[in-house]
Unconditional design. Structure first.
Length: 287
């Protein structure tokens, strides 16, 4: 456990420094990715579920290789929230590391809506869903999520398959056109009663919440909070936290090692998060 915690802290502290180097020094990125691809597995098994994962990846796959798991604290919090027969929305599903355990928890009477705009990630996600027998529970939506329905450019990272961005992407990335939807439209169209929503969209979280509106009752939100990426996306991170509080959500920081929750107001959460790193938050309706 100590080694896993040290790895996460190291990744959180070093990632902001490594990101510009890997983004802009192509030969170094190419060499490092090739070395990683030789060491990294193309498939992993976690808690009895099998996943295809991207080789040569400095994000999710590297953490899986370094710790044998991925954000276990947030996953524990999510699974504790979801009832059998419940409904979960995964915004930024990647290869399904939250989608699949959630599908197993809600069971055949439940529902999971997984949004993944990137075609390579989505192919692995769909293969993982089928391999693990959740095709009747999970609906994959080939779209990004933002403040309104339409189209946008997804700027793809060449070194981290979990760092593709709609907003605030570094220069030099290859962009592809993707469909974009607002959560309020999705929820209304499918007449969903949502228990929990996970939002991990590399700084565009405020736009997702704008498109969610003010559902009644409030679902639980699990959300990555990265002040620097949010600023790069053109949004105010402290303003987002204040808006959540004003909307009736109570904020708590998730300890990824234990799943423990550390509560406080918006100012407390912002103080506890280093500007160029991130924390994962639980926001629950309480007002």
């Amino acid at each position: 456990m100590a080694n896993k915690s040290r790895f996460r802290l190291l990744r959180q502290s070093l990632a902001p420094m490594l990101r510009p180097v890997l983004e802009h020094v192509g030969p170094l990125r190419f060499f490092a990715s090739k070395v990683l691809a030789r060491r990294q597995p193309r498939q992993v098994t976690l808690e009895g579920l099998r996943y295809d994962v991207p080789p040569g990846d400095f994000g999710v796959t590297l953490e899986l290789l370094g710790t044998g798991t991925y954000e276990p604290g947030s996953l524990k919090v999510l699974l504790d929230l979801l009832p059998e027969g419940g409904t979960f929305i995964d915004v930024g599903a990647h290869v399904g590391l939250f989608t699949l355990p959630a599908a197993r928890k809600v069971g055949p009477g439940g529902r999971v809506i997984a949004f993944e705009p990137d075609p390579d990630n989505r192919a692995m996600l769909e293969a993982n869903i089928e391999r693990n027998g959740f095709s009747d529970v999970v609906e994959v939506v080939a779209a990004a999520v933002s403040s309104q329905t339409g189209t946008a450019t997804l700027h793809r990272s060449a070194w981290n398959s979990g760092d593709h961005r709609l907003l605030g992407a570094p220069r030099g990335r290859r962009g592809i056109s993707v469909d974009v939807v607002a959560l309020a439209d999705v929820i209304a169209d499918r007449a969903l009663q949502v228990d929990a929503i996970k939002i991990d969209v590399q700084g565009a979280e405020a736009r997702v919440l704008q498109g969610l509106g003010q559902p009644d009752p409030l679902p639980a939100l699990l959300m990555e909070y990265s002040p620097s990426m949010m600023v790069d996306a053109g949004d105010d991170p402290q303003g987002l936290l204040a808006a959540l509080e004003a909307g009736g959500w109570q904020l708590q920081i998730i300890d990824e090692g234990t799943g423990d929750l550390l509560g406080g107001d918006a100012a407390f959460v912002h103080r506890r998060c280093p500007y160029r790193s991130y924390v994962n938050l639980l926001a629950e309706g309480g007002a």
